[in-house]
Design a protein around this ligand. Structure first.
Ligand SMILES: *Cc1c(COP(=O)(O)O)cnc(C)c1O
Length: 458
């Protein structure tokens, strides 16, 4: 399997190389040259999650990993998810199902991808003897998933910058309590945008980048998308592989893009619905064809508070028929504030995706409604998804909404909605008693570099 960049100017890579490099050298995102078909799609029901994962992921990894290596990585990764089904499907109302993706160690769907790629990094780095330094910026969920997944992995140090004082206590503790020497939580004096800007500074300093073997595991890493394809297969298998719709709480477009790949592989997905909060650039783009960057308005579903949805570039590339120069042109215009999607590409995107937006009040109201109707407490991101899905449910067609995080990760929003704070699941009960380990760092690239060089264990 060969991977090409959406901007057409970077070397063609294999799976392992695309995984280790994250972003392509031309600034683009890697995609497989062709999407593999899937045989025997109707024979999956009843198989363990790990077996379906192996069958779905295998065609993408090519000769980067042996079957035994891939199976081992999958078993170790998903052994840490505290539910026998891993991604259980749960009926909310007749014809409307919730796909629960929050039973992993950090209580958000990001564990599904991060746990697996940490295992794959481990195998690849052991083989090559290479040592790398992963640096990431997070508004909460990605950083905790990365630290939890990479703690104790050989040949890797992980540094995660989060905005000091601006993540929830559960999110912060998930980053600061793991005690492995190779993971490092950095509280940066600034906003999330400052964290992202300093991250870019590090990657743009090529001496530093090559010196420490800088690598990224943010949501544009193709290997993360691949891991997320699997649960579309498991959900569809348990509903009998008949035509169905999926609604996905969306920020960077990674999770829903994985759904479009599942469909291309043969899963009978009829409509993929993009659910956004008040930061609705994707909903506006699909409605009007204008992709215009505005201000980020902090919301109660913070993991979807984005201005630029990075994985959307992959959907654009496909909608423009693989025209990398057209995509490069759009991305150049994006630097000036936005672009207009061509009529043909917009039509193609609308055949692939529907969209909807939910206000803050309606999100809180939906948490209450679902509590009243079913007793289940949703996290605010999942509530955005359920609210949009309910506008689109059609009789006879199953609707699956992805529940992207556990409510206990966002206790303030849940308390505002229903007047009580959700409890942490039993496997996390000790979180508030563990000692925290965190380095405060100035919003300054030189201070950051010095800290990384001093703390690195590899
Ligand atoms: C990351 C995240 C999202 C958004 O997912 P994308 O793949 O970025 O679209 C939604 N909900 C939660 C809880 C998340 O952590």
């Amino acid at each position: 399997m060969r991977y090409v960049s959406t901007r057409g100017q970077a070397p063609v890579l294999n799976f392992e190389q695309a995984m280790l490099s994250g972003l392509a050298r031309d600034g683009g995102l890697y995609l497989p040259e062709t999407v593999p078909g899937f045989d025997a799609i109707t024979e999956l029901d009843g198989l363990p999650y790990e077996e379906i994962a192996f069958r779905v992921i295998r065609p993408f990894t090519g000769d980067s990993f042996s079957d035994a290596e891939l199976r081992g990585a999958i078993d170790r990764a998903y052994g840490r998810i505290e539910h026998a089904a891993k991604a259980p499907l749960h009926q909310l109302a007749p014809g409307h199902h919730l796909l629960e993706l929050f039973h992993g160690p950090t209580l958000a769907f990001k564990d599904f991808a991060m746990q697996l790629i940490a295992q794959l990094f481990q195998i690849a780095l052991k083989r090559s003897g290479q040592k790398i330094t992963i640096v990431g910026a997070t508004s909460g969920d990605t950083g905790s998933a990365a630290i939890e997944a990479f703690k104790g992995i050989d040949n890797v140090d992980v540094f995660i910058m989060f905005p000091h004082g601006r993540v929830s206590e559960v999110q912060r503790r998930q980053m600061t309590t793991p005690d492995a020497a190779n993971v490092h939580a950095l509280a940066l004096d600034g906003h999330f945008d400052d964290c992202q800007a300093r991250l870019k500074d590090l990657f743009n300093d090529h001496d530093f980048r090559d010196g420490v073997g800088l690598a990224g595991v943010n949501s544009i890493n193709w290997a993360r998308v691949v891991a997320q394809i699997v649960y579309y297969f498991t959900a569809a298998a348990s509903l009998g592989m008949r035509p169905m719709d999926f609604c996905v709480p969306t920020g960077n477009f990674g999770d829903i893009f994985a759904g479009s790949i599942a469909r291309a592989m043969g899963v009978p997905i009829r409509r993929l619905i993009v659910a956004t909060n008040q930061n609705d650039i994707l909903h506006r783009a699909l409605t009007t064809g204008e992709y215009r960057v505005g201000e980020v308005h902090p919301s109660i579903s913070p993991s979807m508070d984005i201005q630029v949805s990075s994985n959307f570039e992959r959907a654009l590339y496909l909608a423009y028929g693989g025209d990398a120069s057209a995509v490069s042109q759009l991305m150049a215009e994006l630097k000036q504030g936005g672009f207009t999607i061509s009529q043909g590409a917009l039509q193609s995107l609308r055949e692939q995706y529907l969209s909807g937006r939910v206000s803050e009040e309606d999100t809180l109201a939906m948490i209450r409604t679902i509590r009243d109707e079913t007793g289940q407490i949703l996290c605010p991101h999942s509530a955005v998804g359920v609210a949009v899905a309910r506008q689109h449910v059609e009789p006879g067609i199953p609707m699956v909404t992805l529940a992207t995080a556990h409510p206990a990760k966002f206790p303030d929003a849940v308390e505002r909605a229903v007047g009580a704070r959700p409890e942490l699941p039993p496997h996390m009960a000790g979180l508030f008693d563990l000692p925290e380990r965190v380095s405060r760092v100035e919003n300054d690239v030189d201070a950051l570099k010095a800290l990384i060089l001093e703390r690195r264990t590899n």
